[in-house]
Design a protein around this ligand. Structure first.
Ligand SMILES: CCCCCCC/C=C/C(=O)SCCNC(=O)CCNC(=O)[C@H](O)C(C)(C)COP(=O)(O)OP(=O)(O)OC[C@H]1O[C@@H](n2cnc3c(N)ncnc32)[C@H](O)[C@@H]1OP(=O)(O)O
Ligand SMILES: Cc1cc2nc3c(=O)[nH]c(=O)nc-3n(C[C@H](O)[C@H](O)[C@H](O)COP(=O)(O)OP(=O)(O)OC[C@H]3O[C@@H](n4cnc5c(N)ncnc54)[C@H](O)[C@@H]3O)c2cc1C
Length: 616
């Protein structure tokens, strides 16, 4: 007989109150949770603003994603476009300025779940940074109002990392004051740009500029690719979607072919370089400035995309670990909360400490980045650009590596339910894993940072002195260089965490609990790289034993506040999209309720019923 699921009359979870196993974790935190939330937001006022924005978004059904795990790719894309349009309407209704705090929180809350992430996050900022005032005045209001949708088309089928190898050409024709754009071969096709496959009407095309017969390197050009009347592709333009990906199904990453496409001279972003009417190339400032957009995007992604993935994974895994009881520590007692096992603490608490370490680092680095932006834009001072580039490349590589590995650790710590999409953990992993590749593949980024580093320098020097070619010496030192780059960034992060703690002396209660996390982060970093500390004779085996013992003591200290610490991230259930990480701790009820939405649980088709019945 077909077993029909006996559906208990499910009491909706809201009427169950809070799971007592998680409630007991919140009764006596050793610190004021709200103050840590304020610290993470940058102050109580910003917490209030963020919550106000979230309440507006969470109360609007357009932004609801209750069925997110059961949609087709087209349904996900169309839903993200609806949310993007609705958000723009809301911003107009409520007077939220594009560069204002409310808009910043709204985009952060919605993240990649709202379409046009490249349009808002890369296309518009790049025009603001590389365009002159007239270009900004012309294009940015159209883009902000969604009258045009832009993408950032740099990567090609044949090149993503090696930008000097990009094949798309833009040749200036002084006879008609136009640029002609071509892609000479299959490998020249633009491939990957977000928002390109279906949405974009314009593309910022990054291509090799030719004028007066000379190549002047990669520059940025605004190219209309679709009609503003019927959205059809324009003459010389072939465009489409690149197909399914590991995540970001709601994003239409696309391909673009341009053949003899003509654009006016005014469409080259020309704050730092331009082509005169007679074809003369004029450069102002660093010839690396056309790479600046990537520096800004790498910096923005740290706190907008990469760190939140690990923070949400910690919330889900730690909340689940206090409502999941499995096996018995002590015979005769009730089953043990899995967070009481030392191994579970060893898996999760260093991840929690990492979120705080990275949050404070990203905040400090964004301040440095904004300072350099002002130096460049208002004073034409490019002196800090190399350091900004080196550190942004290294931090993006390190934080995306560590956060994606950390999310996977959190997922595995949740057993079978961590493997269910309904936990929210698999999609957090597949989404943040993309950040190890986009905006600069991590190995390449580490090597960009490694231009600073002594030991690697000695090896490089000795190879060069032995007569080895520069490029051979560099490549054969690259493993050491990459390791040195990681070490440099790790040192910077620990140093920044310690300095942040020293500024909290006026809040001893939160300083105390965060100092535990600071120590845990530093000691966990030493244990994760023990061979380096032993190899250089920097530490003895005995000292490492002391580090191990101290780390174990710190895990015990964190245990009693673990749920309150993740509560301080203040993510709503709507933002976590997790059946096992909700605030009330009713993991089993949600798993069962959400599973009923699966199309597989729709009424069994009669034909199937008959077929199965006939064979029984
Ligand atoms: C919610 C949404 C989430 C999803 C969003 C996803 C968005 C993703 C968008 C993208 O992926 S856009 C495409 C991103 N692509 C890249 O990042 C390309 C990465 N590759 C590079 O950056 C290049 O490898 C390179 C670093 C530019 C290499 O440059 P090159 O080939 O010219 O050789 P080098 O000698 O290594 O560098 C030359 C010189 O330039 C300096 N430099 C390199 N990059 C920058 C920079 N960004 N800013 C400033 N300066 C830079 C480098 O240090 C060298 O300087 P010197 O040492 O010669 O003085
Ligand atoms: C989700 C997602 C969104 C994206 N969005 C956009 C977008 O909007 N616009 C856009 O233009 N692009 C976008 N991209 C493309 C992205 O920027 C590139 O994929 C990225 O820059 C990596 O370049 P690549 O694919 O050529 O990798 P490759 O460089 O080919 O990497 C392959 C391997 O080669 C190694 N390698 C390469 N060079 C060196 C070296 N010098 N030394 C040592 N090892 C090396 C790498 O470490 C890696 O192991 C996106 C990509 C993804 C995944």
């Amino acid at each position: 007989q077909l077993v029909t699921v006996s559906t208990w009359s499910l009491v909706s979870t809201w009427s169950l109150g809070v799971n007592p196993d998680i409630h007991s974790e919140r009764t006596s935190p050793s610190f004021p949770v709200e103050r840590v939330t304020n610290l993470l937001d940058g102050g109580a006022e910003l917490t209030a603003t963020r919550r106000h924005v979230e309440s507006i978004i969470n109360s609007d059904s357009t932004f609801s994603q209750d069925d997110r795990y059961f949609l087709t790719r087209v349904e996900q894309y169309e839903g993200s476009v609806r949310r993007a349009v609705r958000l723009r309407e809301k911003m107009k209704e409520l007077g939220w300025a594009d560069n204002g705090t409310e808009a910043m929180f709204a985009f952060r809350v919605l993240g990649a779940d709202v379409a046009f992430g490249i349009h808002n996050g890369v296309f518009i900022p790049t025009i603001k940074e590389l365009g002159i005032e007239a270009q900004i005045a012309k294009w940015v209001p159209l883009a902000q109002d969604l009258q045009i949708i832009g993408t950032y088309a740099q990567t090609e089928l044949g090149h993503g990392t090696y930008l000097r190898g990009l094949e798309t050409t833009v040749t200036f024709d002084p006879s008609n004051q136009e640029f002609v754009i071509n892609m000479p071969r299959l490998s020249s096709i633009k491939w990957w740009p977000g928002d390109l496959g279906r949405s974009a009407t314009h593309a910022l095309v990054l291509a090799q500029l030719y004028t007066q017969g000379k190549c002047q390197g990669m520059h940025a050009f605004i190219v209309q690719i679709r009609s503003l009347v019927d959205h059809s592709s324009l003459p010389g333009v072939t465009v489409g979607d690149i197909g399914p990906k590991m995540n970001f199904d709601q994003v239409d990453n696309g391909f673009l072919i341009l053949q003899n496409v003509h654009i006016p001279r005014e469409n080259m972003l020309c704050r730092y370089s331009e082509v005169s009417p007679d074809g003369t190339y004029v450069k102002r400032g660093s010839d690396r400035i056309n790479y600046f957009s990537m520096v800004l995007t790498r910096t923005r992604l740290l706190s907008a995309e990469i760190i939140p993935a690990l923070a949400k994974a910690c919330v889900i895994a730690i909340r689940y670990s206090v409502v999941r009881r499995q096996s018995k520590l002590k015979p005769g007692e009730m089953e043990t909360k899995i967070l009481d096992y030392q191994m579970q603490q060893q898996k999760l608490f260093p991840q929690l400490a990492t979120v705080f370490a990275f949050h404070f680092m990203a905040s400090s680095f964004e301040a440095f980045c904004n300072q350099v932006k002002v130096q460049i834009k208002s004073k034409g001072d490019f002196s800090s650009l190399p350091e900004l580039h080196a550190l942004s490349a290294g931090l993006k590589a390190l934080l995306s590596d560590v956060c994606s590995a950390g999310v996977e650790t959190c997922r595995r710590a949740c057993g079978g339910h961590g493997y269910s999409l309904l936990s929210g953990l698999p999609s957090l992993y597949t989404r943040v894993a993309g950040s190890c590749t986009y905006e600069g593949e991590n190995t390449v980024m580490q090597l960009q940072t490694a231009r600073l580093i002594k030991n690697a320098g000695f090896q490089l020097q000795s190879l060069l002195q032995s007569g080895v070619e520069q490029y051979v010496a560099w490549d054969s030192t690259s493993i050491l260089l990459a390791q040195a780059a990681i070490a440099h960034c790790q040192y910077t992060i620990v140093n920044n965490f310690v300095e942040t703690m020293s500024r909290l002396q006026h809040e001893p209660e939160i300083q105390q609990v965060l100092q535990v996390l600071c120590d845990l982060y530093a000691l966990s970093g030493i244990l994760a790289n023990a061979e380096e500390f032993l190899h250089d004779g920097y530490m003895t085996g005995h000292q490492l034993d002391l580090v191990t013992a101290s780390q174990r003591d710190l895990l015990t200290c964190v245990r009693k506040d673990a749920v309150s610490l993740v509560d301080a991230f203040d993510y709503s259930d709507q933002q976590l999209h997790s059946a096992i990480g909700s605030y009330d701790g009713h993991a089993y009820q949600r798993l069962f309720e959400w599973a009923q939405k699966a199309p597989m649980n729709a009424k069994v088709p009669f034909a199937l019923f008959l077929a199965l019945s006939s064979c029984c």
